[in-house]
Design a protein around this ligand. Structure first.
Ligand code: GP0
Length: 805
């Protein structure tokens, strides 16, 4: 891309604005100001985009296709500007035109095409693939409506549709000429021809056109621009489809209409199965079409293409690739199976049983008869081959088909060459417990890839103050080599740098306090401890334990008026799945205690509770740089990895945590002095489970602090609570506290007392913050993605056919 100075930018921007809107930018809305800028930026990278794609093809480079049902990219303007190296020029240019970049950037919609961690990880990976110059493409769904917009009414979560495409989408390019057809339903017949080859014919299928919309993934100042392809369902163009009925039209549109707002808590629905096959099939078809242009023997497919499936949602890519290779390209089962296994790899993101996808065979058969046949045959061969080796019991436990259902994780493992967990602890649990039977069969398929986050969005864009501090102390090399952040350690005793860390944090806290004041009408003191828990609302993540601590603190202040402890602001951001009743009750509870506490002047502002509405990527960018304390308090063994833990650490928050997910690795890097660990370990949880002796009521009866706090839920102390108080109380006392909150209560409270003490000693606290920042480099997604590329996808070392060399 050619360089551009401030005055050139101003000219181009004014011109672009004129062209698009035929009036002057000064009188425009920020949304219009954004659109013009977006189009200008797109002009700037479009030649690199084309060149990158062409080069991959000309070099016949091996490419990876990351299949994910969710992507959560966040607003893309600033990230594109940063990666193009023109963030400063544009900021300055706009200022000279009387515009503020942040204002203009807020005119962009934040596309919520994902639920949480899994979708955000996919987007961090897209950024890292491009930024490390790797040939990687995304493949997903262009949902018409993203994750619901969350509103609080009387403290209850209300879900509103999120029409993110209302004003169009400047970044996407519709590529109608690359559309493919996806077939549903009908019947199949298999007939041998004269030579005995099977021919598959489909009857009465419903044909859907999958139209791709491509979005550029701009690499960090390296000229690489990769592609994210999102598919939209449409009625095919042929004559026979000219006059669809209303019903047909809706049936088609529906497929890519909504993102399923279910996170982990899984519910099988026909439409969801349609979505899964729709984007898996479209993706595989377009990959195969690309491969055919290379004019190579089919056996080279795994040398040119890697398909990664992000969780089990795209698992139907496995039978779909088999189908295409056999039915359309005439390969034998054995040939197709070898190629498929070598091409596909799979990431597991959770051990929660309720999140493991299973589909009824009947439903699958009705919707996808040929795919179902192939899955049944994969299963038959698996059982036939493994029973003599591993015996009936073990083999049957690994069956894909059982009790009238198809188990997607089993299919994903059997039909791929790699399965990875997302943190060391998580992978160990998969190997030793959850997927142990498979580990015995395929030890070499199992590997760990600890998650990572892109430091460009989570440091450079969201925390410019800290970015400047790093540049001025350790230089700028860390921006392309995140491990260099460790150099900051040399400043751990430098009082001036420590004071600057403090000042940067304070600025960020003021920025967030301003938002809270303007949007929520709550005044918070930027000098208070900002204690942050931001993640989906789920029982295993234990937001409720955080609540119990707040209530305990509330009681303590009530009992000791005028007590001298640091002020705390408890900050929550969380959406609950619309059908997850208990999670919604906890939302109501948090809002009720916020109402009670924030309006109680006798507390002298020692505690405040801020529950932001509609938490998502944009709010995360505001909250994370302002955090002093990072809450990572899931029951040990349950959180696969977590990724907000890494972002918060990199921004200088201190972590209070159980030894769970990737937090274990944070602990290893930062050292026990600089993190607050509490509660049971995974082993202790396993033991307690096995002993079957837990009695939460006993803790309630014997521990006065616990009793007092829990009684608040049912004795009318908290105004505005209805059934929630009793139901939540019952979950903890009557139904034996599934996630062991009461067991971990004391040690959690003690860890928070220690935080109170430590926060007072500003210099020590700032040193710990500095050491957290300095130790965050290994969690750059650039390293994670390089390990995927080397160890799973083998993007570097490919077998070259003779005729290519
Ligand atoms: C896991 F199974 N995760 C799932 C799911 O359906 N959705 C989802 O977001 C998350 C994990 O809970 C995680 O621990 C993990 O870091 C993330 O996937 C990416 O691996 C929470 O951040």
């Amino acid at each position: 891309m050619q360089k551009m100075d401030v005055s050139q930018f101003k000219d181009r921007y004014k011109k672009k604005f004129q062209e698009r809107f035929a009036f002057n930018y000064e009188n425009a809305t920020k949304q219009e100001q954004f659109v013009a800028l977006g189009h200008l930026v797109k002009d700037l990278y479009s030649s690199d985009w084309k060149e990158t794609v062409d080069t991959y093809q000309e070099n016949k480079q091996k490419q990876v296709y990351y299949f994910s049902m969710e992507f959560l990219p966040g607003r893309m303007l600033k990230s594109n500007l940063l990666n193009l190296g023109i963030l400063d020029v544009v900021q300055e240019g706009l200022a000279e035109l009387g515009l503020d970049l942040d204002e203009v950037a807020s005119g962009e919609m934040d596309p919520a095409l994902g639920n949480g961690g899994l979708g955000r990880l996919a987007s961090c990976f897209m950024d890292s693939l491009a930024s490390t110059g790797l040939p990687g493409n995304g493949n997903g769904i262009r949902y018409r409506y993203g994750l619901f917009k969350q509103k609080f009414i009387d403290g209850h979560q209300i879900e509103l549709p999120e029409n993110w495409l209302r004003n169009g989408n400047v970044w996407e390019v519709r590529r109608e000429n690359k559309a493919v057809t996806v077939r549903f339903g009908g019947q199949v017949s298999l007939e041998p021809d004269n030579e005995g080859n099977m021919h598959v014919t489909y009857h009465n299928t419903q044909n859907i056109l999958a139209v791709p919309y491509d979005t550029a993934m701009v690499g960090y100042q390296n000229g690489t621009v990769n592609n994210l392809r999102l598919w939209s369902a449409e009625i095919p163009y042929g004559e026979e489809y000219l006059f669809p009925t209303e019903e047909e039209r809706n049936g088609v549109k529906q497929i890519t209409e909504y993102l399923y707002p279910d996170d982990s808590n899984y519910e099988g629905l026909l439409l969801r199965l349609k979505q899964e096959y729709f984007f898996s099939s479209a993706g595989v078809q377009s990959v195969v079409r690309y491969f055919k242009q290379l004019n190579l023997d089919w056996s080279y497919l795994p040398d040119k293409i890697a398909i990664h499936i992000n969780d089990t949602h795209p698992t139907l890519a496995i039978p779909e690739l088999m189908r295409i290779l056999m039915d359309e390209e005439g390969l034998s089962w054995e040939q197709a199976w070898e190629i498929t296994k070598k091409t596909i790899s799979y990431t597991n993101h959770t051990i929660l049983q309720e999140a493991m996808e299973r589909w009824s065979i009947d439903m699958m058969n009705l919707l996808l008869p040929r795919i179902t046949q192939i899955i049944m045959e994969i299963n038959r061969r698996h059982i036939e081959k493994k029973t003599p080796l591993y015996g009936e019991d073990l083999t049957n436990r690994t069956a894909i088909v059982a009790n009238g259902e198809i188990k997607m994780a089993n299919l994903a493992i059997i039909g791929s060459h790699s399965i990875n967990g997302v943190a060391k602890l998580h992978t160990n649990i998969l190997i030793n417990h959850t997927l142990h039977d498979f580990y015995l069969m395929y030890p070499n398929k199992f590997n760990n890839k600890t998650n990572g986050v892109t430091m460009r969005r989570w440091l450079q864009i969201s925390n410019p103050g800290l970015t400047d501090l790093l540049d001025e102390t350790i230089g700028t090399e860390w921006k392309t080599n995140a491990n260099d952040i460790i150099l900051l350690k040399a400043y751990a005793e430098d009082k001036e740098v420590l004071a600057r860390i403090d000042a940067v944090k304070l600025e960020n806290k003021k920025r967030f306090a301003k938002y809270v004041s303007e949007e929520m009408d709550i005044e918070i003191d930027p000098n208070a401890i900002f204690d942050v828990q931001i993640k989906r609302l789920h029982a295993y993540k234990r937001q409720l334990l955080n609540v119990l601590h707040i209530l305990d603190r509330y009681q303590y202040i009530k009992d000791n008026p005028g007590v001298d402890i640091p002020k705390r602001v408890f900050i929550f951001g969380a959406k609950a799945a619309p059908s997850y009743h208990y999670a919604k009750q906890i939302i109501k509870l948090i809002n009720a205690i916020a109402e009670m506490i924030n309006n109680d002047s006798s507390l002298n502002d020692l505690i405040k509770v801020v529950f932001v509405e509609n938490y998502g990527v944009s709010l995360a960018e505001l909250i994370i740089p302002a955090a002093d304390v990072s809450e990572q308090i899931s029951l040990a063994g349950k959180e696969a990895s977590g990724t907000s833990n890494m972002k918060l650490m990199a921004n200088g928050a201190l972590t209070i945590a159980t030894m769970d997910g990737a937090t274990v690795e944070i602990y290893d890097y930062v050292g026990e002095e600089n993190i607050y660990i509490f509660g049971m370990s995974n082993e202790e949880v396993q033991k307690l489970n096995a002993a079957n002796s837990y009695n939460s009521r006993e803790i309630y009866e014997k521990n006065p602090a616990v009793k007092r706090v829990l009684n608040m839920l049912i004795d009318g102390s908290i105004p505005g609570l209805e059934d929630e108080g009793q139901d939540i109380f019952d979950s903890l006392v009557k139904y034996n506290d599934e996630y062991y909150l009461l067991k971990d209560f004391d040690s959690y409270i003690n860890a928070h007392k220690q935080i109170d003490k430590d926060f007072r000693n500003r210099e020590t606290w700032n040193r710990r913050a500095l050491l957290n920042i300095a130790s965050s480099g290994p969690f750059s997604a650039d390293y994670t993605i390089e390990r995927y590329a080397d160890e799973i996808w083998k993007l570097g070392a490919q077998r070259e056919p003779e005729d290519l060399i």
